[in-house]
Design a protein around this ligand. Structure first.
Ligand code: GLU
Length: 307
């Protein structure tokens, strides 16, 4: 199954997001929001005759004729599935596309996306359900014992999402006695549990469920990466806001099966090449950059092997 239809349809998603993000900025008198034209959306050149026989994962995907990529489906701006069209959009999806193209897979026809929740990423990579994972996936030492990583390709930071009218919760210092929701198996949940013992952690499978609970007054805040929280706030600026400074560093990696060093290094090469040829910035500009924040300098890929 191709991941999505023609690029024209995808452009609509980008325009919708821009409208939402522009509304979130709420600058009075700002010109009407305009998204990128379909022709301006990045199209990632597919590497012809690419071959990586030393990678068992790549070899299997090549024989199958498509790369199976684990992603998120409910994180606007990063990885979101349109339930009507089945199309995926967001910065992580662009990253998945550009590196797939570098490995010789045509993003429009040869990527199969599978939505995998935070808690199930390592198992999905270990049991071969997916070839790679691109979904707000923080590289850390604990995870390096279970999977391999390419990257990092972006550095996010943990913050808090609260109801618009909340004047008390302004940052992590105000979490004592408050119900703080995050996703099972995520680094933000771990951090709340280990570093903020007076907070009351609440865990669900996904941040989207946490956001529903926040809107229904069941929890006081949602905590995870700024990338994710800003996407939810942009979609519902009348009811939600992101508060406080980032209180962690979350370097995003592309997850791969642990022993497949050849694949991890090929993905590192792909990321460096796409940063150098401008594709990384183009991807940022049509997704996270729609909020108005200029593209940061991409982090250096660290080319580390598993620990
Ligand atoms: N980046 C964090 C993590 O990998 C939070 C986002 C997520 O759960 O995907 O745990």
């Amino acid at each position: 199954m191709p991941r999505r239809g023609p690029r024209r349809r995808r452009a609509l998603g980008a325009v919708t997001l821009l409208v939402a993000l522009a509304a979130a900025c709420g600058v009075p008198g700002s010109p009407p929001a305009r998204g990128p034209q379909p022709s301006a959306l990045p199209h990632y050149a597919v590497e012809k005759d690419f071959s990586l026989p030393s990678s068992p994962t790549w070899t299997r995907a090549h024989q199958r004729g498509r790369l199976t990529v684990g992603v998120k489906e409910d994180q606007p701006g990063m990885g979101e599935k349109n339930p009507a069209t089945g199309e995926y959009t967001g910065f992580d999806i662009e990253i998945a596309e550009m590196v797939a193209a570098s490995l010789g897979f045509d993003p429009d026809r040869q990527i199969e996306y599978k939505a995998i929740a935070s808690a199930n990423r390592e198992t999905a990579l270990q049991n071969g359900q997916i070839d790679t994972y691109v979904g707000t996936y923080t590289i850390n030492e604990g995870r390096r014992k279970l999977v391999g990583f390419a990257g990092p390709y972006y550095i996010a930071g943990q913050r808090l999402l609260v109801r618009k009218g909340n004047k008390q919760l302004k940052g992590p210092q105000d979490m004592a006695g408050k119900k703080i929701c995050s996703a099972v198996g995520s680094t933000p949940l771990q951090r709340i549990q280990s570093d903020y013992p007076r907070a009351e952690p609440v865990a669900y499978d996904s941040y989207a469920i946490c956001v529903d609970n926040l809107l229904n007054d069941q929890v006081d805040a949602v905590t995870t990466d700024d990338t994710i929280l800003l996407g939810y706030a942009a979609k519902d600026p009348d009811h939600l806001k992101v508060v406080g400074k980032a209180f962690s560093e979350e370097p995003y990696g592309i997850g791969v099966p642990r022993e497949d060093h050849a694949l991890a290094r090929a993905l590192d090469d792909a990321l460096v090449a796409r940063e150098e040829n401008g594709d990384w910035k183009r991807a940022y500009d049509v997704t996270l950059g729609l909020s108005g924040a200029p593209a940061p300098k991409p982090p250096r890929v660290d080319r580390r092997l598993t620990s």
